[in-house]
Design a protein around this ligand. Sequence first.
Ligand SMILES: [Zn+2]
Length: 243
Amino acid sequence: MFAFRDSMGVVEISFTDRHGGVSEGPWSSLNLGTSNGDDPARVRSNFAALAGGLDARPERTVRMSQVKGADVAVLNAVPDDIPVADALVTSTPELTLLVRAADCVPLVLADPLAEVVAVAHAGRQGMVAGIVAATAAAMRREGASLITAWLGPRICGRCYEVPHAMRDEVARVVPQAWATTGRGTPGLDIGAGVAAQLAAEGIDVIDVAAQVATCTYENVDLFSYRRQGKRSGRLGGTAQLRS
Ligand SMILES: [Zn+2]
């Protein structure tokens, strides 16, 4: 179920892998995506399994409708509607924040002393749109100062092939994302790009992929949109504050 778990003071974070759920086929088995064709009842079971694995309450797990932008939703309770945003921030204990991804960077951030946590969805578009800076700013408005970020499993620069023009366009905004694939073609290293943006914000980075040898495209224990196509499942990244 978990590719990686960590805790820091009152903060608990995790990244899931594709195992331990009930979905079948391309979503097998712990798919957390809700708009990729999987059976909604199975996805609900997967959410419940994840909450169980985290020792959290399913009804206090908050996900977002991700649109590859830079909007941040700050929560102090479970919202009535699923926020349309690419980052969630809270200083409320026992809320479990969830980001979903399959190749994009799932990002979890925390200031354990100030007791502020966040999750963010930082793919190519969100990275260029400034989701990292927007999330950091929202956390600081909630009182965060010493922020740590966990950079979750994502596609690596050797695997993420893009057209020449797209690489140029992204590298103009985030030079550190410029990459060459294993085939010698233009690529993007969104992990390196997001890490550089975090460093520019003075945020310490823990690279989960480096610790668990994890590129979503290469590791079949993970979901990858590039490898599996539109019906690929989605991995999750979570953050919660214990009371
Ligand atoms: Zn790779």
